[in-house]
Design a binder for this molecule. Structure first.
Ligand SMILES: Cc1cc2nc3c(=O)[nH]c(=O)nc-3n(C[C@H](O)[C@H](O)[C@H](O)COP(=O)(O)O)c2cc1C
Length: 350
């Protein structure tokens, strides 16, 4: 069968995954906006994907800090109460034979004091983003450049959130280092004009990412840790790396240095060439032997082809899995996929 490759099981580190199909991280905004805890509807939402046969579920972005929140209803993992609420989700997924990791997401400058207790957003430098805050519809606020003490505190917040994730029964953690959020803000010369150890050159700009990966890896185990990174930025449409290959080499060097095994390069268009006629994932595969998660407008057939060609190991689907809790079952039985419709599918948790 055409999509057979997607349905094969695979062992990645300690995970025994039933299929290559991965649920891409997707913010849904259904957490309690005051406590940052998740409830029964979120438990059911993830349980259904696990029951369907998704191999690896990556949760929606979960903030490690009250200041990391970029819209309403974002869950947290910085309190014990939040961790306890996630325990019900991990238990449900495990009951269905699934595997689930928590994505840690801090938005940095892409927020507003209204969402973060009246404080200024945190960022590497006081450079304001253009655009409006998701749902709040107010302009992104001017951020405050973080002191080195505040950066140290931020790394501790990631560490604590990772401890809470493991206490809550997650099988691992993904660090959101992509899409123009705080770790990516440090990584990019457009948002980072620091002249200290956390800026200045490429190595300095990637220091926060390295420190977060090392600290979180120590808590969860390097073989249970994934990093999402991208040239794509949610607030800068069409942004492109100036030197894609050099940029990638710097990331991959860092990932080897910290001993990472799983990486999740993110793009909205899996097939679009990034350099030398090769797509982002093809460029990565040329340089990286560890596990690679593919994502970005994948269809069952493009995902299967990329797995068979050895470009990716796991295939993450976002919108298709949001639209259809029976996505895997439909694939297995050869039924047509349900098309994603934002007006319909974003409003409710199916
Ligand atoms: C509603 C929605 C919410 C998203 N939230 C996140 C998020 O919290 N973290 C993240 O890394 N990516 C997020 N993404 C991006 C997806 O993980 C994925 O990369 C993107 O949708 C492309 O995959 P697709 O074409 O299969 O949908 C989100 C996408 C959507 C549609």
């Amino acid at each position: 069968m055409e999509n057979q490759a997607l349905l094969q099981n695979i062992n990645i580190g300690p995970w025994k995954l039933r299929s290559r199909i991965t649920m891409a991280p997707m913010t849904r905004g259904f957490a309690n906006d005051v406590t940052g805890t998740v409830g029964e509807e979120v438990v059911t939402y993830y349980r259904r994907r696990a029951r369907d046969g998704v191999g690896l579920i990556i949760t929606e972005g979960i903030t490690p800090s009250p200041q990391g929140k970029g819209t309403f209803g974002v869950p947290g993992l910085y309190t014990k109460e939040q961790a306890d609420s996630w325990r019900k989700v991990t238990e449900a997924v495990h009951e269905e034979g699934g595997t689930i990791i928590a994505q840690l997401w801090h938005v940095g400058r892409l927020t507003h004091p209204d969402l973060i207790g009246g404080l200024a957003p945190q960022a590497p430098s006081a450079i304001q983003a253009e655009g409006l805050v998701h749902k709040l519809r107010k302009p992104f606020a001017m951020p405050a450049a973080m002191t080195t003490d505040e950066i140290r505190e931020l790394v501790s917040q990631y560490t604590l959130a990772a401890k809470h994730a493991m206490e809550a029964g997650f099988d691992g953690v993904e660090i959101h280092g992509a899409h123009g959020y705080i770790i990516d803000q440090f990584a990019s010369p457009i948002t980072n004009s620091r002249i200290d150890n956390y800026g200045k050159d490429r190595e300095g700009r990637l220091r926060l990412m390295k420190e977060v990966l090392s600290a979180v890896g120590e808590v969860v185990g390097m073989d249970r840790l994934s990093i999402r990174f991208s040239e794509l930025k949610d607030d800068q449409t069409g942004y492109r790396w100036q030197e894609p290959e050099r940029e990638l080499d710097a990331y991959l060097y860092l990932f080897r240095e910290v001993g990472l095994g799983i990486i999740h390069p993110s793009t909205n268009s899996f097939i679009t060439p990034v350099a030398g006629g090769l797509s982002l994932h093809e460029l990565v595969r040329q340089r990286w032997n560890g596990a690679v998660i593919g994502v970005g407008g994948l269809t069952p057939s493009s995902a299967s082809d990329a797995i068979v060609a050895g470009v990716i190991d796991l295939a993450a689907f976002g919108k298709p899995l949001l639209a259809d809790p029976d996505f895997v079952q439909r694939l297995r039985t050869g039924q047509p996929q349900i098309p994603y419709e934002p007006t319909l599918h974003l409003k409710h948790l199916l």
